[in-house]
Every structure is written in structure tokens, then in C-alpha cells.
Design a protein around this ligand. Structure first.
Ligand SMILES: [Zn+2]
Length: 424
């Protein structure tokens, strides 16, 4: 039996309540006891982590993971990576996410069909370090949609899986289910950086979306979509999509639709890539002027309005900003927390709940993941400082003193930190 005792922690439990001092005992992967009077709990036979008042909180959940994306400037760059290198890249990214405190990842899409799936299987078998994962399908897209980079005279691979009409969509979704995807992804709207279909267009028909949802349901899978245009958001809600990404062009009717489905759906602004392209894209060829021309400032402004409204209406939003592009490197995913505060108007506590408690819910484990609660899965971070006072600290590995996944100490620097303090 693996027992780990966290002594003298300040627990931020993910409910939104203030942090409180406590001791906490983990046994066999679960949080078994939280003792609010420190010093009362017996840690016999347990490995003890002296927390010295540091913050103990739930592990982060990446709500828009693309663990097979790495350093792409153009979408089509992902298609150029040979499968062998791509698998290794995906494996490294999985470790990078866990190293940065992401103990779970809800995939928004993979860039080749089996990449997420095989890495998830290896992680589950204990052979590779990485977050617990819901593996994504590739982005199922229609001819001319986001992820179709082909030209009439020349084939170009990208990250999309192209399918048109009810029959092809049915077959594509079934194929992804057969191979083991947990989440199916469909691109209902275009995208501002997409060659043929811009973000204001709704290019996947209602019949196609309805089919994708119904086939995903037949196999017991979740379904995500890319939806920038208001019409795409409405179509997603109407057809029963579970996780609706972007949504920044939602009009009043779309906002009402999202609100009406708030107990069932999640939204995700994927704001990191917008910020990264606007302000940090220069080394990769995106001058600020170009980014504005491609609509990034408008998306940022619209996102602020729409997510302020969605927050007030109680629609659950997930962190995850399309990390894995050149301007949004893997490992910086926790920047979304501060982006939620600075760019979208969330409070620090609300932003952290989006990255923990709501993350547990979208993983399909809302009653056992994403909070520090007795009986819950012991995915925990010990953070050297108070994240609510400075969310930026969550981005830096050195501040994550302990990373525990499934009750196992993946990283524990509590003793060496104490020794350093002693020496100082
Ligand atoms: Zn994405």
C-alpha cells in the first residue's frame, strides 16, 4: 500500500473556497483523509512531505490539449512531420505537460489518427510519463474547411481528416472510434488563418454535424468542435456537441443557446494562441500588423465580451490555448490561467477552477477528479507560493515542488527545498 502524508499544507481545494491549513493523507492513489487540525493525523508508514505552509492544490487539467503539436508555424507544418518523428515528439510533449503540473489532458484533437491513442495507452500502462489522457481524433473537416490544405494539382497533408457528406462523416467517426479515440473533433466553422474558409463561415452542414454526434454517441465517445462563427456555435448546441471551442463571434441567440445547455456543455476560448500570435509571433513571421490583419485583435476583443457574458451566465469554460504552435510552446500551457484574468475578466480563483475542478468534469470524472477532497484521485501539486496572488508562478517548473499523479510522487523536491532554506 502506497501512503503519502502531506504535513502542514495550505489546501486550495478547487471549490472556490479560501485555502485552509491541513494535513492530508493519500493511500493507494486516493485522498483518504484531510485533517483540518494539523498535527492530529497519524502518518505511520507513510512517506512524509513537509509542506511548510506551501499551497497544495489539484493537478491542472489541460482542456484543449494538442499533445501531438510541436512548434508548427503553419497548420500544414504538422502534416510534413513523418510518423516516426511525430510519435517521438508526442511522447516528449506528454512528459513536458506533466512536468508543468498538468496531471490530466482533454485532447482537442490529434494531428495523426493514432498519436494520442498510442501515447495514452503507454501512459496508462505506466511505461511513459504523461498526464491521464482522453485521446482525441484528428480534426474531421469538410473539403475546403480548416485542416484541408490540399490544392487541386497537389496533395498536401495537414492535421485534418477530410470527410464530406453523411456517409463519409459516419465512416470517419467510426474509424476514429475503432482505433480508440475518446474524443471526436469536428471543424464546424472555418478559421481566420485557414486558406479557404475563414472564421466567420459555417462550413460543416447540420446533417454532417448531427451525424458525427450521433455516431460518436453510438460508440460512447465525447465530441468537440471548432466553432468561431455564431452560426457554428448554434449548430453545435443544437446537434448536441459536448465541448464547443472558441465561440468568440457568438451573438445573443448563440449566447442564449449556450446558456440553455450549460449543464451539459463546456466552452473553451483557446485564448493563448490569439495572444501569442498578436504579441509574441514576430520571431515566427507574424508581425503585430499581420496578426491584426488576420483578425487576432478582433478575436481578442470579441472573446473578452463573449466570455464575460458566458461567465456571468454560468457556462463552464476550460483553459487551454492551442499550445503546441511556435508562438505557444508546449509547457507554457498554464499561461492560460493568467490570460483568463488579464484578457477575459475572470478572477484568479475562477481561472484556477477552470483549470482544475471543471477540468475534472470534462474528463468525465467530476465526482473523483479536479478537487482536493476525501475520496478523490490524488492528483496534487505542491506550489511554492500563493497562486491566487500570482498566477504566473504556475507556469514555471521550479515553483512546482511536488507533482503527484494517481497517488504517486512523480516529482518531490520538498526535502531539497528545505535543505536549501536551511543552508540559506
Ligand atoms: Zn485547437
Amino acid at each position: 500500500m502506497t501512503r503519502v502524508m502531506f504535513r502542514n499544507a495550505m489546501i486550495w481545494d478547487g471549490t472556490g473556497a479560501d485555502a485552509f491549513p491541513a494535513d492530508l493523507l493519500v493511500e493507494n492513489g486516493r485522498i483518504v483523509t484531510i485533517a483540518r487540525t494539523p498535527g492530529q493525523l497519524s502518518g505511520d508508514g507513510a512517506t512524509t512531505v513537509e509542506c511548510r505552509g506551501m499551497t497544495l492544490m489539484p493537478g491542472l487539467v489541460e482542456g484543449h490539449a494538442h499533445i501531438s503539436f510541436g512548434g508548427a508555424i503553419k497548420d500544414s507544418d504538422l502534416g510534413l512531420i513523418p510518423p516516426e518523428e511525430h510519435l517521438l515528439l508526442t511522447m516528449r510533449n506528454a512528459k513536458t505537460l506533466l512536468d508543468h503540473g498538468f496531471t490530466s489532458a482533454y485532447s482537442a484533437a490529434t494531428s495523426k489518427l493514432r498519436l494520442d491513442i498510442v501515447i495514452r495507452n503507454e501512459i496508462n500502462a505506466g511505461r511513459l510519463p504523461g498526464p491521464r489522457m482522453r485521446a482525441g481524433s484528428p480534426e474531421i473537416t469538410v473539403t475546403g474547411g480548416l485542416g484541408d490544405e490540399r490544392q487541386q494539382h497537389m496533395y498536401h497533408e495537414s492535421f485534418g481528416m477530410i470527410a464530406d457528406g453523411v456517409e463519409e462523416i459516419t465512416k470517419a467517426v467510426r474509424l476514429c472510434c475503432r482505433e480508440g479515440a475518446d474524443n471526436i473533433k469536428i471543424n464546424i466553422s472555418g478559421d481566420d488563418l485557414s486558406p479557404a474558409a475563414h472564421g466567420g463561415l459555417t462550413v460543416m452542414s447540420e446533417a454532417e454535424v448531427m451525424t458525427a454526434v450521433s455516431v460518436a454517441r453510438d460508440f460512447g465517445k465525447k465530441i468537440n468542435c471548432h466553432a468561431r462563427a455564431a452560426g457554428s456555435v448554434k449548430r453545435a448546441v443544437k446537434c448536441g456537441v459536448d465541448v464547443i471551442y472558441h465561440c468568440e463571434s457568438a451573438d445573443e441567440e448563440a449566447l442564449d443557446a449556450l446558456e440553455s445547455a450549460k449543464d451539459r456543455i463546456f466552452v473553451g476560448p483557446a485564448i493563448g494562441i490569439i495572444y501569442g500570435t498578436l504579441y509574441e509571433g514576430e520571431p515566427f513571421g507574424f508581425t503585430h500588423e499581420m496578426a491584426v490583419k488576420f483578425g487576432m485583435q478582433r478575436i481578442l476583443d470579441d472573446s473578452r465580451k463573449v466570455y464575460t457574458e458566458l461567465r456571468k451566465r454560468g457556462v463552464r469554460a476550460l483553459i487551454g490555448g492551442d499550445y503546441g504552435f511556435a508562438q505557444t510552446p508546449q509547457g507554457t500551457n498554464a499561461r492560460d490561467l493568467k490570460h483568463f484574468v488579464d484578457l477575459l475578466g475572470y478572477s484568479p480563483s475562477e481561472a484556477l477552477q477552470c483549470g482544475t475542478r471543471l477540468g475534472g468534469q470534462v474528463m468525465g470524472l467530476g465526482d473523483e477528479l479536479g478537487m482536493v477532497k476525501e475520496g478523490f484521485i490524488a492528483d496534487l501539486l505542491l506550489v511554492n507560493g500563493d497562486p491566487l496572488k500570482d498566477l504566473d508562478m504556475m507556469v514555471h517548473e521550479k515553483n512546482l515542488v511536488v507533482i503527484m499523479k494517481d497517488g504517486e510522487l512523480y516529482k518531490d523536491q520538498s526535502a531539497s527545498l528545505a535543505a536549501q532554506r536551511q543552508a540559506a
